[in-house]
Design a protein around this ligand. Structure first.
Ligand SMILES: C[S@@+](CC[C@H](N)C(=O)[O-])C[C@H]1O[C@@H](n2cnc3c(N)ncnc32)[C@H](O)[C@@H]1O
Length: 392
Protein backbone atom coordinates (compact mmCIF):
# COMPACT_ATOMS: atom_id res chain seq x y z
CA UNK A 1 0.00 0.00 0.00
CA UNK A 2 1.34 3.46 -0.85
CA UNK A 3 0.72 5.80 2.04
CA UNK A 4 -0.07 9.48 1.89
CA UNK A 5 1.41 11.71 4.63
CA UNK A 6 -1.88 11.63 6.51
CA UNK A 7 -1.97 7.83 6.39
CA UNK A 8 1.64 7.63 7.49
CA UNK A 9 0.79 9.61 10.59
CA UNK A 10 -1.85 7.02 11.43
CA UNK A 11 0.57 4.19 10.81
CA UNK A 12 2.93 5.89 13.27
CA UNK A 13 0.06 6.14 15.73
CA UNK A 14 -0.63 2.42 15.41
CA UNK A 15 3.04 1.79 16.17
CA UNK A 16 2.70 3.93 19.31
CA UNK A 17 -0.29 1.95 20.60
CA UNK A 18 0.71 -1.69 20.23
CA UNK A 19 -2.17 -3.99 19.40
CA UNK A 20 -0.74 -6.92 21.39
CA UNK A 21 -1.50 -5.15 24.69
CA UNK A 22 -5.23 -5.37 23.89
CA UNK A 23 -5.43 -8.96 22.68
CA UNK A 24 -6.64 -11.57 25.17
CA UNK A 25 -4.47 -14.61 25.96
CA UNK A 26 -6.88 -16.87 24.09
CA UNK A 27 -7.64 -16.10 20.47
CA UNK A 28 -9.42 -18.14 17.81
CA UNK A 29 -7.95 -19.37 14.56
CA UNK A 30 -9.12 -21.35 11.55
CA UNK A 31 -8.71 -25.08 12.10
CA UNK A 32 -7.84 -25.52 8.37
CA UNK A 33 -10.32 -28.41 8.04
CA UNK A 34 -13.23 -26.13 7.13
CA UNK A 35 -14.73 -27.26 10.40
CA UNK A 36 -14.63 -24.18 12.58
CA UNK A 37 -12.46 -22.00 14.78
CA UNK A 38 -10.16 -23.41 17.45
CA UNK A 39 -8.73 -21.71 20.53
CA UNK A 40 -5.07 -20.73 20.51
CA UNK A 41 -3.53 -19.87 23.87
CA UNK A 42 -0.64 -17.49 24.41
CA UNK A 43 0.59 -19.82 27.14
CA UNK A 44 0.62 -23.08 25.22
CA UNK A 45 1.55 -21.66 21.79
CA UNK A 46 3.31 -18.31 22.33
CA UNK A 47 4.86 -18.27 18.84
CA UNK A 48 1.50 -18.92 17.17
CA UNK A 49 -0.15 -16.24 19.29
CA UNK A 50 2.55 -13.63 18.53
CA UNK A 51 2.50 -14.48 14.82
CA UNK A 52 -1.29 -14.02 14.68
CA UNK A 53 -1.23 -10.81 16.70
CA UNK A 54 1.54 -9.16 14.69
CA UNK A 55 0.11 -10.03 11.26
CA UNK A 56 -1.85 -7.52 9.18
CA UNK A 57 -5.01 -9.58 9.67
CA UNK A 58 -7.99 -9.56 12.01
CA UNK A 59 -7.54 -11.48 15.27
CA UNK A 60 -10.68 -13.27 16.42
CA UNK A 61 -11.14 -12.69 20.14
CA UNK A 62 -14.59 -14.17 20.70
CA UNK A 63 -16.64 -16.87 18.97
CA UNK A 64 -20.31 -17.85 19.19
CA UNK A 65 -21.09 -14.76 21.33
CA UNK A 66 -18.82 -16.21 24.03
CA UNK A 67 -20.97 -19.29 24.39
CA UNK A 68 -18.45 -22.14 23.94
CA UNK A 69 -17.34 -24.83 26.36
CA UNK A 70 -13.61 -25.54 26.84
CA UNK A 71 -12.35 -27.74 23.99
CA UNK A 72 -15.31 -26.86 21.76
CA UNK A 73 -14.86 -25.28 18.32
CA UNK A 74 -16.44 -21.96 17.39
CA UNK A 75 -18.65 -21.72 14.33
CA UNK A 76 -18.56 -17.93 13.84
CA UNK A 77 -16.55 -14.93 15.03
CA UNK A 78 -18.46 -12.55 17.28
CA UNK A 79 -15.64 -10.15 18.19
CA UNK A 80 -12.20 -9.39 16.82
CA UNK A 81 -9.38 -6.91 16.76
CA UNK A 82 -9.64 -5.51 13.25
CA UNK A 83 -6.97 -5.74 10.56
CA UNK A 84 -4.40 -2.97 11.24
CA UNK A 85 -4.28 -1.68 7.64
CA UNK A 86 -8.09 -1.39 7.62
CA UNK A 87 -8.01 0.34 11.00
CA UNK A 88 -5.56 2.85 9.52
CA UNK A 89 -7.76 3.34 6.45
CA UNK A 90 -10.84 3.99 8.57
CA UNK A 91 -9.03 6.34 10.95
CA UNK A 92 -7.65 8.21 7.99
CA UNK A 93 -11.18 8.62 6.58
CA UNK A 94 -12.46 9.71 10.01
CA UNK A 95 -9.81 12.43 10.34
CA UNK A 96 -10.32 12.96 14.09
CA UNK A 97 -8.43 15.99 15.39
CA UNK A 98 -7.03 16.96 18.80
CA UNK A 99 -9.72 18.31 21.10
CA UNK A 100 -12.63 16.64 19.28
CA UNK A 101 -15.32 14.37 20.73
CA UNK A 102 -15.61 10.92 19.17
CA UNK A 103 -18.14 8.13 19.53
CA UNK A 104 -17.07 4.61 18.63
CA UNK A 105 -19.57 1.80 18.20
CA UNK A 106 -18.08 -1.68 18.78
CA UNK A 107 -15.39 -1.41 21.48
CA UNK A 108 -14.17 -5.01 21.08
CA UNK A 109 -10.68 -5.21 22.56
CA UNK A 110 -10.45 -1.45 23.14
CA UNK A 111 -7.51 -1.04 20.77
CA UNK A 112 -9.25 1.34 18.39
CA UNK A 113 -10.60 3.35 21.33
CA UNK A 114 -7.00 3.72 22.55
CA UNK A 115 -5.94 4.91 19.09
CA UNK A 116 -8.79 7.42 19.04
CA UNK A 117 -7.91 8.63 22.55
CA UNK A 118 -4.35 9.16 21.47
CA UNK A 119 -5.53 11.09 18.45
CA UNK A 120 -7.94 13.49 20.19
CA UNK A 121 -5.47 14.06 23.03
CA UNK A 122 -6.07 15.26 26.55
CA UNK A 123 -8.53 17.97 25.49
CA UNK A 124 -10.58 15.56 23.42
CA UNK A 125 -13.12 12.96 24.50
CA UNK A 126 -13.81 9.38 23.40
CA UNK A 127 -16.94 7.38 24.20
CA UNK A 128 -17.04 3.79 23.04
CA UNK A 129 -20.02 1.40 23.17
CA UNK A 130 -19.88 -2.38 23.36
CA UNK A 131 -23.00 -4.52 23.37
CA UNK A 132 -21.39 -7.50 25.11
CA UNK A 133 -20.87 -6.83 28.85
CA UNK A 134 -17.92 -9.24 29.17
CA UNK A 135 -16.12 -7.63 26.22
CA UNK A 136 -16.85 -4.15 27.58
CA UNK A 137 -15.34 -5.09 30.93
CA UNK A 138 -12.30 -6.65 29.26
CA UNK A 139 -11.77 -3.46 27.22
CA UNK A 140 -12.11 -1.22 30.30
CA UNK A 141 -9.31 -3.15 32.01
CA UNK A 142 -7.06 -3.26 28.91
CA UNK A 143 -7.53 0.48 28.32
CA UNK A 144 -6.82 1.38 31.95
CA UNK A 145 -3.78 -0.88 31.97
CA UNK A 146 -2.44 0.82 28.83
CA UNK A 147 -3.08 4.26 30.36
CA UNK A 148 -6.20 5.36 28.41
CA UNK A 149 -9.52 6.42 29.90
CA UNK A 150 -12.25 6.67 27.28
CA UNK A 151 -15.77 6.19 28.59
CA UNK A 152 -16.73 2.56 27.86
CA UNK A 153 -20.49 2.10 27.76
CA UNK A 154 -22.13 -1.31 27.80
CA UNK A 155 -25.13 -1.06 25.52
CA UNK A 156 -26.57 -1.21 22.04
CA UNK A 157 -24.58 1.09 19.77
CA UNK A 158 -27.57 1.37 17.41
CA UNK A 159 -28.99 4.04 19.71
CA UNK A 160 -25.65 5.80 20.16
CA UNK A 161 -25.01 7.51 23.48
CA UNK A 162 -27.08 10.67 23.68
CA UNK A 163 -25.67 11.73 27.06
CA UNK A 164 -22.32 12.40 25.39
CA UNK A 165 -23.68 14.10 22.24
CA UNK A 166 -22.97 15.97 20.08
CA UNK A 167 -19.94 14.24 18.59
CA UNK A 168 -17.54 15.68 16.03
CA UNK A 169 -16.76 12.21 14.76
CA UNK A 170 -18.45 8.82 14.85
CA UNK A 171 -16.96 5.51 13.86
CA UNK A 172 -18.49 2.07 13.89
CA UNK A 173 -16.34 -1.03 13.80
CA UNK A 174 -19.34 -3.26 13.18
CA UNK A 175 -21.11 -3.17 9.86
CA UNK A 176 -24.58 -1.68 9.32
CA UNK A 177 -27.22 -3.01 6.98
CA UNK A 178 -28.13 -0.28 4.48
CA UNK A 179 -29.56 2.33 6.85
CA UNK A 180 -27.53 4.72 8.98
CA UNK A 181 -29.30 4.64 12.38
CA UNK A 182 -31.21 7.84 12.96
CA UNK A 183 -29.72 8.17 16.47
CA UNK A 184 -26.23 8.39 14.96
CA UNK A 185 -27.24 11.24 12.69
CA UNK A 186 -29.05 13.01 15.52
CA UNK A 187 -26.00 12.79 17.77
CA UNK A 188 -23.49 13.95 15.15
CA UNK A 189 -22.58 17.63 15.26
CA UNK A 190 -23.37 19.58 12.03
CA UNK A 191 -20.15 19.53 10.03
CA UNK A 192 -19.28 16.22 11.71
CA UNK A 193 -18.17 13.05 10.00
CA UNK A 194 -19.21 9.42 10.34
CA UNK A 195 -17.32 6.36 9.10
CA UNK A 196 -18.86 2.92 9.12
CA UNK A 197 -18.62 -0.43 7.37
CA UNK A 198 -21.79 -0.80 5.34
CA UNK A 199 -23.46 -3.61 3.45
CA UNK A 200 -26.59 -4.87 1.75
CA UNK A 201 -28.09 -8.34 1.90
CA UNK A 202 -26.37 -9.13 -1.41
CA UNK A 203 -22.91 -8.06 -0.29
CA UNK A 204 -21.14 -6.88 2.84
CA UNK A 205 -17.87 -5.06 2.98
CA UNK A 206 -17.58 -1.44 1.92
CA UNK A 207 -16.85 1.70 3.90
CA UNK A 208 -19.28 4.62 4.03
CA UNK A 209 -17.85 8.04 4.90
CA UNK A 210 -20.63 10.52 5.54
CA UNK A 211 -20.64 14.23 6.40
CA UNK A 212 -23.52 16.03 8.06
CA UNK A 213 -24.17 19.49 6.65
CA UNK A 214 -25.45 22.45 8.70
CA UNK A 215 -28.92 22.01 7.15
CA UNK A 216 -29.18 18.45 8.51
CA UNK A 217 -28.59 16.73 5.16
CA UNK A 218 -26.01 13.95 5.38
CA UNK A 219 -24.17 12.84 2.26
CA UNK A 220 -21.55 10.18 1.89
CA UNK A 221 -19.56 8.08 -0.52
CA UNK A 222 -18.46 4.47 -0.58
CA UNK A 223 -15.01 2.96 -0.75
CA UNK A 224 -13.97 -0.58 -0.10
CA UNK A 225 -13.14 -3.33 0.85
CA UNK A 226 -13.81 -3.55 4.57
CA UNK A 227 -15.57 -6.75 5.56
CA UNK A 228 -16.70 -6.38 9.18
CA UNK A 229 -19.09 -8.39 11.28
CA UNK A 230 -22.58 -6.92 11.43
CA UNK A 231 -24.04 -5.15 14.43
CA UNK A 232 -25.48 -7.90 16.57
CA UNK A 233 -29.14 -7.12 16.06
CA UNK A 234 -28.60 -7.11 12.28
CA UNK A 235 -26.71 -10.37 12.14
CA UNK A 236 -28.27 -12.55 9.47
CA UNK A 237 -31.20 -10.22 9.46
CA UNK A 238 -33.85 -11.33 6.98
CA UNK A 239 -31.67 -13.96 5.46
CA UNK A 240 -30.75 -17.53 5.87
CA UNK A 241 -34.37 -18.48 5.15
CA UNK A 242 -34.80 -21.73 3.28
CA UNK A 243 -38.00 -23.47 2.20
CA UNK A 244 -38.58 -27.14 3.08
CA UNK A 245 -37.35 -29.82 0.64
CA UNK A 246 -41.00 -30.50 -0.15
CA UNK A 247 -41.59 -26.88 -1.13
CA UNK A 248 -38.40 -26.85 -3.19
CA UNK A 249 -39.81 -29.73 -5.24
CA UNK A 250 -42.67 -27.42 -6.21
CA UNK A 251 -40.34 -24.59 -7.30
CA UNK A 252 -40.74 -23.21 -10.79
CA UNK A 253 -37.86 -24.45 -12.96
CA UNK A 254 -36.42 -22.48 -15.85
CA UNK A 255 -33.09 -21.76 -17.52
CA UNK A 256 -31.19 -18.52 -17.88
CA UNK A 257 -29.15 -16.93 -20.64
CA UNK A 258 -26.57 -15.97 -17.99
CA UNK A 259 -23.17 -17.51 -18.60
CA UNK A 260 -20.09 -18.03 -16.42
CA UNK A 261 -18.72 -14.62 -17.44
CA UNK A 262 -21.96 -12.98 -16.26
CA UNK A 263 -21.73 -14.77 -12.94
CA UNK A 264 -18.20 -13.53 -12.50
CA UNK A 265 -19.37 -9.96 -13.06
CA UNK A 266 -22.33 -10.38 -10.69
CA UNK A 267 -20.27 -11.86 -7.87
CA UNK A 268 -16.95 -10.06 -8.18
CA UNK A 269 -16.62 -7.14 -5.72
CA UNK A 270 -14.38 -5.38 -8.27
CA UNK A 271 -17.22 -5.54 -10.80
CA UNK A 272 -21.01 -5.59 -10.33
CA UNK A 273 -21.55 -6.99 -6.82
CA UNK A 274 -21.94 -3.68 -5.04
CA UNK A 275 -24.22 -2.23 -7.74
CA UNK A 276 -26.54 -5.25 -7.70
CA UNK A 277 -26.84 -5.03 -3.91
CA UNK A 278 -27.46 -1.31 -4.20
CA UNK A 279 -30.28 -1.85 -6.70
CA UNK A 280 -31.89 -4.99 -5.29
CA UNK A 281 -33.78 -4.79 -1.99
CA UNK A 282 -33.83 -7.58 0.61
CA UNK A 283 -32.24 -10.36 -1.36
CA UNK A 284 -29.68 -12.40 0.52
CA UNK A 285 -27.10 -14.32 -1.40
CA UNK A 286 -25.19 -17.41 -0.38
CA UNK A 287 -22.72 -18.89 -2.85
CA UNK A 288 -21.44 -22.42 -2.48
CA UNK A 289 -18.45 -22.66 -4.76
CA UNK A 290 -17.63 -26.07 -6.26
CA UNK A 291 -20.53 -27.60 -4.34
CA UNK A 292 -20.95 -30.51 -6.78
CA UNK A 293 -17.35 -30.74 -7.98
CA UNK A 294 -14.94 -28.25 -9.55
CA UNK A 295 -16.71 -25.33 -11.28
CA UNK A 296 -20.15 -26.61 -10.34
CA UNK A 297 -21.50 -23.84 -8.13
CA UNK A 298 -24.80 -23.28 -6.32
CA UNK A 299 -26.20 -19.82 -5.63
CA UNK A 300 -29.10 -19.42 -3.24
CA UNK A 301 -31.09 -16.20 -2.96
CA UNK A 302 -33.72 -15.60 -0.32
CA UNK A 303 -36.00 -13.04 1.20
CA UNK A 304 -37.34 -14.43 4.46
CA UNK A 305 -39.87 -11.59 4.85
CA UNK A 306 -41.84 -12.61 1.73
CA UNK A 307 -40.78 -16.27 1.85
CA UNK A 308 -39.22 -16.05 -1.58
CA UNK A 309 -36.31 -18.24 -2.61
CA UNK A 310 -34.30 -18.94 -5.73
CA UNK A 311 -31.47 -21.23 -6.63
CA UNK A 312 -29.10 -21.13 -9.57
CA UNK A 313 -27.15 -24.22 -10.46
CA UNK A 314 -24.14 -23.18 -12.52
CA UNK A 315 -22.12 -26.06 -13.90
CA UNK A 316 -19.34 -24.38 -15.85
CA UNK A 317 -18.11 -27.74 -17.18
CA UNK A 318 -21.32 -28.15 -19.12
CA UNK A 319 -22.34 -25.92 -22.07
CA UNK A 320 -26.05 -26.37 -21.20
CA UNK A 321 -27.86 -23.28 -19.84
CA UNK A 322 -27.86 -22.92 -16.06
CA UNK A 323 -30.93 -24.17 -14.19
CA UNK A 324 -32.97 -21.75 -12.08
CA UNK A 325 -35.49 -22.72 -9.39
CA UNK A 326 -37.78 -20.01 -7.99
CA UNK A 327 -40.38 -20.10 -5.27
CA UNK A 328 -42.59 -17.50 -3.57
CA UNK A 329 -44.07 -14.15 -4.54
CA UNK A 330 -40.75 -12.60 -5.58
CA UNK A 331 -38.85 -14.05 -8.51
CA UNK A 332 -35.50 -13.35 -6.95
CA UNK A 333 -33.28 -14.64 -9.71
CA UNK A 334 -35.20 -12.60 -12.31
CA UNK A 335 -34.79 -9.54 -10.08
CA UNK A 336 -31.05 -10.17 -9.70
CA UNK A 337 -30.70 -10.44 -13.49
CA UNK A 338 -32.67 -7.20 -13.94
CA UNK A 339 -30.32 -5.46 -11.46
CA UNK A 340 -27.35 -6.83 -13.40
CA UNK A 341 -28.80 -5.53 -16.68
CA UNK A 342 -29.40 -2.14 -15.04
CA UNK A 343 -25.75 -2.02 -13.94
CA UNK A 344 -24.67 -2.73 -17.50
CA UNK A 345 -27.01 -0.04 -18.91
CA UNK A 346 -25.53 2.52 -16.48
CA UNK A 347 -22.05 1.92 -17.93
CA UNK A 348 -21.03 -0.66 -15.29
CA UNK A 349 -20.31 1.87 -12.53
CA UNK A 350 -17.90 0.88 -9.79
CA UNK A 351 -18.26 1.59 -6.12
CA UNK A 352 -16.83 5.10 -6.16
CA UNK A 353 -19.71 6.40 -8.32
CA UNK A 354 -22.28 5.53 -5.64
CA UNK A 355 -23.22 7.41 -2.49
CA UNK A 356 -25.82 7.61 0.25
CA UNK A 357 -27.90 10.60 1.32
CA UNK A 358 -30.12 11.17 4.34
CA UNK A 359 -32.60 14.05 4.23
CA UNK A 360 -35.76 14.64 6.28
CA UNK A 361 -35.67 11.12 7.66
CA UNK A 362 -35.40 9.50 4.25
CA UNK A 363 -32.27 7.67 3.07
CA UNK A 364 -31.36 6.54 -0.39
CA UNK A 365 -28.46 5.20 -2.42
CA UNK A 366 -27.53 7.39 -5.41
CA UNK A 367 -25.44 7.06 -8.51
CA UNK A 368 -23.17 9.91 -9.68
CA UNK A 369 -25.20 12.64 -7.98
CA UNK A 370 -27.42 12.70 -4.91
CA UNK A 371 -30.65 13.30 -6.86
CA UNK A 372 -30.13 10.25 -9.04
CA UNK A 373 -31.82 7.71 -6.75
CA UNK A 374 -30.85 4.05 -7.13
CA UNK A 375 -32.98 2.80 -4.25
CA UNK A 376 -34.64 4.26 -1.17
CA UNK A 377 -33.38 2.26 1.80
CA UNK A 378 -35.30 4.19 4.46
CA UNK A 379 -38.63 5.77 3.53
CA UNK A 380 -39.33 9.03 5.33
CA UNK A 381 -41.06 8.51 8.66
CA UNK A 382 -39.79 4.93 8.95
CA UNK A 383 -37.54 5.74 11.92
CA UNK A 384 -33.86 4.88 11.55
CA UNK A 385 -33.60 3.15 14.89
CA UNK A 386 -36.61 0.91 14.38
CA UNK A 387 -35.21 -2.40 13.29
CA UNK A 388 -37.91 -4.48 14.91
CA UNK A 389 -38.63 -6.28 11.65
CA UNK A 390 -35.19 -7.82 11.67
CA UNK A 391 -34.69 -11.37 12.79
CA UNK A 392 -31.71 -10.60 15.05
C1 LIG B 1 -14.75 -5.93 14.80
S1 LIG B 1 -15.16 -5.90 16.48
C2 LIG B 1 -14.53 -4.36 17.05
C3 LIG B 1 -13.07 -4.13 16.99
C4 LIG B 1 -12.65 -3.09 18.00
N1 LIG B 1 -12.99 -1.74 17.63
C5 LIG B 1 -11.20 -3.21 18.40
O1 LIG B 1 -10.47 -2.24 18.33
O2 LIG B 1 -10.84 -4.28 18.86
C6 LIG B 1 -16.89 -5.48 16.47
C7 LIG B 1 -17.45 -5.32 17.86
O3 LIG B 1 -18.74 -4.73 17.75
C8 LIG B 1 -19.51 -5.23 18.82
N2 LIG B 1 -20.92 -4.97 18.52
C9 LIG B 1 -21.74 -5.65 17.69
N3 LIG B 1 -22.96 -5.12 17.70
C10 LIG B 1 -22.93 -4.06 18.53
C11 LIG B 1 -23.89 -3.11 18.95
N4 LIG B 1 -25.15 -3.14 18.51
N5 LIG B 1 -23.51 -2.16 19.81
C12 LIG B 1 -22.24 -2.10 20.28
N6 LIG B 1 -21.29 -3.00 19.93
C13 LIG B 1 -21.63 -3.96 19.07
C14 LIG B 1 -19.14 -6.69 18.86
O4 LIG B 1 -19.50 -7.29 20.09
C15 LIG B 1 -17.65 -6.63 18.63
O5 LIG B 1 -16.95 -6.58 19.83
Amino acid sequence: MTLTDAQSSWVALVAEVPRAAFIPDTIWVDDHCGDGLVALSKHTDPDGWHAAVSADAPVITQVNLGDVQPGQKGSFASSSASQPSIVVEMLHALDARPGQSVLEIGTGTGWNAALLSRCVGEHGRVVTIEVDPRLAQYARCALAHAGYDPLVITGDGLVGYSAGAPYDRMISTASIREVVPRAWLEQLRPGGRLVTPWGTDWSNGVMLTLTLAEDGVATGGFSGDVAFMRLRSQRRARYGWRPSDRDIERAQISTTACRGSDLDRMLNPEKGTFAIGARLASCCLVVEWDKHGALHHILELDDGATKSWAQLEANLNNPAPFTVRQLGPRKLWDEAEAAYDWWHEQGEPRLDRFGLRSRDGQQWIWLDEPDNVVRVVEPSGAGGGDLSGLAG
